[in-house]
Design a binder for this molecule. Structure first.
Ligand code: 13P
Length: 288
């Protein structure tokens, strides 16, 4: 069934769990995410990043995401990820998305506040939840496709991490329902093992008391997920490593000694591998 983000994340906090938010820029990922959520019997967030419009436009994949959400046995939030432009954010709401992210994290603080406030006003009048980002989660040079790549001198710097006091000011001024924070994760493939500032997550949560969001959530150590969830993370954005799992299954299939290979078998093997990776992640996020 189609569900709202605010309600799903509040319940997740109460259960000391995080909800997986899978980027699903094709039908196989939509199907695999729904199958996984039904298998582990947990809510799930299907999300489409504005930056993935080159893979599939919002107008095409949005109605498919909504169809599968409505038919599902578990609560499914349909969310716009990294919405940058007012038009795209409004388009997602008009399609029936129950949640949107306004990402003005690359703008100065005051501009991030004013852009976010404008979207919160429009979204809340339609009953749509809003996520925003403060601090900045960079994108690795391998994979990802959301956020922006750091300049060489910015790699490893902590200035872009979210400041707890500023986070409180931001949340009070904007009225967002959840907040994406920067504490050491990166979109895409981790080129070095991530060192997460998990204490910062706790301090931000104590300051803002709304659910927090981990971006760059695939490829993180199981123990770090658990601590991040205990400290306030309730939504984990997960894409690159599932994408890689689907491709690895395909590579294995193409290594098999066969007279002929078929596209439909490529799709079946990749979808199954995606589903297995999603189930594994959701079990960790749900403490199962
Ligand atoms: P990964 O691709 O690193 O898993 O991050 C996904 C994400 O944060 C989407 O917003």
């Amino acid at each position: 069934m189609l569900a709202g983000l605010k309600e799903v994340l509040e319940q997740a906090r109460a259960n000391k769990q995080a909800i997986a938010a899978f980027n699903v820029p094709n039908l196989e990922m939509v199907r695999a995410a729904i199958q996984a959520a039904e298998e582990v019997n947990m809510p799930v967030i299907l999300q489409h990043a504005e930056g993935h419009s080159s893979l599939v436009p919002l107008e095409e994949i949005g109605p498919i995401m909504l169809h599968y959400a409505k038919e599902s046995k578990v609560p499914v939030v349909v969310h716009l990820d990294h919405g940058k432009s007012y038009d795209v954010l409004m388009k997602a709401m008009k399609l029936g998305f129950t949640s949107v992210m306004i990402d003005a994290s690359d703008r100065p603080f005051d501009e991030n506040v004013s852009r976010t406030k404008e979207i919160v006003k429009a979204a809340h009048s339609l009953g749509v939840s809003v996520e925003a980002e403060l601090g900045h989660v960079f994108t690795s040079s391998l994979g990802g496709g959301e956020g922006r790549a750091p300049d060489d001198d910015q790699i490893g710097e902590t200035d872009i991490y979210t400041d707890p006091r500023q986070a409180k000011e931001f949340v009070d001024a904007t009225g967002v329902n959840c907040l994406a924070i920067a504490f050491g994760t990166v979109h895409g493939i981790y080129l070095k093992e991530p060192k997460l500032d998990l204490q910062r997550v706790k301090e931000i949560y104590q300051a803002v008391t709304i659910p927090l969001v981990m971006h760059g959530g695939s490829g993180v150590d199981a123990e770090d997920y658990q601590t991040a969830i205990a400290n306030g993370i309730a939504k984990i954005n997960y894409y690159t490593y599932a994408n890689k799992a689907g491709a690895t299954a395909l590579k294995e299939y193409l290594k098999e000694d066969s007279q002929e290979y078929f596209l439909e078998e490529c799709i079946n093997r990749s979808t199954e591998a995606l589903k297995e990776d999603y189930v594994r992640a959701m079990k960790i996020f749900g403490g199962k």
